[in-house]
Design a protein around this ligand. Structure first.
Ligand SMILES: [Fe+2]
Length: 148
């Protein structure tokens, strides 16, 4: 803008939003960065929420007390320690074994609701389910003794 047409005293005004070029948000607490590839990073300093969205729609949101990701896959290349409960709604594959400690307050280490299939054997207190013998067995209608 040049008052009186004198360009030597002209000033450059900031762009003004319009219907043709609307503001990216009407929230003054929301700071956004839009990248040429379509990626967007938002931080709302009133809601204390940080979110980022990539061009393919993958997003991560960090909000007070919660991190949410819609990524199809999440990979952790190091150890993962979960201090509280772990709830899995999908299939679990443990590819290198597992060690389950006894539950708190005398609860069992594991409860399986449904059938369990072992391809080799199951051992309980040192007794093999597959190979344990029975004592006091006679052919006939008698029941065997307990497993050894
Ligand atoms: Fe048996």
């Amino acid at each position: 803008m040049s008052p009186g047409g004198d360009l030597t005293v002209g000033v450059i005004l900031q762009a003004v939003y319009s219907d043709a070029f609307p503001a990216p948000s009407d929230n003054p607490a929301l700071h956004s960065t839009h990248y040429p590839d379509g990626a967007v990073v938002h931080y709302d300093f009133q809601a204390h929420t940080l979110s980022t969205t990539l061009p393919d729609g993958t997003s991560v949101t960090v909000a007070p007390g919660k991190v949410t990701s819609n990524a199809e896959d999440t990979e952790c290349t190091g150890n993962l320690l979960v201090q509280k409960n772990l709830i899995v709604n999908g299939f679990v594959a443990l590819n290198a074994g597992m060690n389950v400690q006894a539950g708190k307050e005398g609860r069992p280490a594991a409860v399986i609701k449904g059938s369990m299939h072992a391809t080799v054997d199951v051992t309980a207190a040192g007794i093999s389910l597959v190979t344990h013998p029975h004592s006091g067995v006679k052919k006939g209608d008698d029941e065997s003794g307990g497993p050894k």
